[in-house]
Design a protein around this ligand. Structure first.
Ligand SMILES: NC(=O)c1ccc[n+]([C@@H]2O[C@H](COP(=O)([O-])OP(=O)(O)OC[C@H]3O[C@@H](n4cnc5c(N)ncnc54)[C@H](OP(=O)(O)O)[C@@H]3O)[C@@H](O)[C@H]2O)c1
Length: 280
């Protein structure tokens, strides 16, 4: 599988934060030669930065990044898609693969906007920047088996990847894993504040909270046969401190708030997908 990108050329349209996460992932894992990558960005200083940091080729022309590439990553902000796609309509060869990381833009919209049918649509998340991302992806019927392997190898460089056959599942992924880091950061921030409230310095409270979350995640991953409720019960002595804390969380509706919040993000994702496809 790791050989899927060997000798392949990769182009990036838009070379911001997420594009850099992919570039850094595939180069650090030795999946492609840096000179096989061509990043396009309108900001010259950004191009220079990427050239110096990774040894990739850069250009200010999106068409140049597409030319000769086997796989093209569309990594612009969704807002600039109408302008970018208008200029690129018809620029793709039929054997090229387009991998979009644009939030909320479905493959039907991408196919129509760019006049290209082999499309992989993904929903990554920000921990991709440290190689610990969770990316959910799907592919149109025109994507070949070889192209799927290429996409899977590229996305695995960001962390874990999960393929879904129903594109509608990407709205659920947006609400759970795409938006998820924000929920976790808010949860950790609230715990740090609670630590400060009791009297810990912010530095120590942060260390305690981050390691507790990291350790709990590692523990849960290594106890995959054990239900999360059972792991929680193991920390909850009858009449103890944890039981008091959990009682307050349940009384405050923490579970319901989380469920409603994720569902709100899911509905918003579906609504935004419809708005963007109506605009195109
Ligand atoms: N960040 C996340 O956590 C996350 C998670 C999931 C999905 N995504 C998706 O990933 C995509 C990229 O996000 P990001 O955070 O990497 O954004 P970003 O850092 O703003 O990257 C976008 C890049 O595109 C460049 N650009 C603007 N206009 C362009 C044009 N006409 N042609 C080519 N490049 C152009 C921007 O340059 P300038 O800065 O000079 O304008 C910027 O470098 C978005 O569609 C987002 O929905 C992001």
């Amino acid at each position: 599988m790791a050989k899927a990108l060997k000798d392949k050329k990769i182009g990036f349209i838009g070379s911001g934060i997420m594009a850099e996460a992919i570039v850094s992932g595939v180069i650090n894992k030795g999946l492609v030669d840096p000179q096989s990558i061509c990043c396009s960005d309108p900001y010259a200083a950004r191009c220079e930065e990427l050239e110096q940091r990774y040894g990739v080729r850069t250009t200010s022309s999106n068409k140049e990044a597409i030319k000769d590439s086997d796989l093209i990553v569309l990594s612009i902000k969704p807002q600039v898609l109408p302008e970018v796609s208008k200029a690129l309509l018809g620029s793709f060869d039929s054997d090229q693969l387009l991998v979009s990381i644009l939030a909320g833009v479905d493959s039907k919209t991408l196919k129509k906007a760019l006049g290209h049918h082999a499309v992989v649509r993904t929903m990554p998340n920000t921990p991709a920047r440290v190689g610990e991302g969770m990316t959910v992806w799907t592919a149109t019927d025109d994507v070949t088996k070889e192209q799927r392997n290429m996409a899977q190898t590229l996305l695995a460089a960001l962390g874990q990847e999960v393929f879904v056959s129903r594109e509608a599942d990407l709205d659920m992924a947006t609400a759970l894993s795409g938006t998820g880091p924000a929920y976790v950061f808010l949860f950790m921030e609230a715990l740090v504040d609670a630590g400060v409230h009791m009297g810990f310095s912010r530095r120590v409270a942060r260390q305690l909270v981050l390691q507790t979350v990291k350790g709990s995640v590692d523990f849960a991953l290594q106890s995959s046969d054990t239900h999360l409720a059972e792991l929680r019960n193991q920390v909850t002595s009858p009449g103890g401190t944890t039981a008091d804390a959990l009682y307050q969380m349940e009384k405050g509706g923490l579970r319901t708030v989380l469920s409603k919040s994720v569902f709100a993000a899911f509905q918003k994702s579906r609504k935004l997908s419809n708005v963007i496809s109506d605009q195109e």
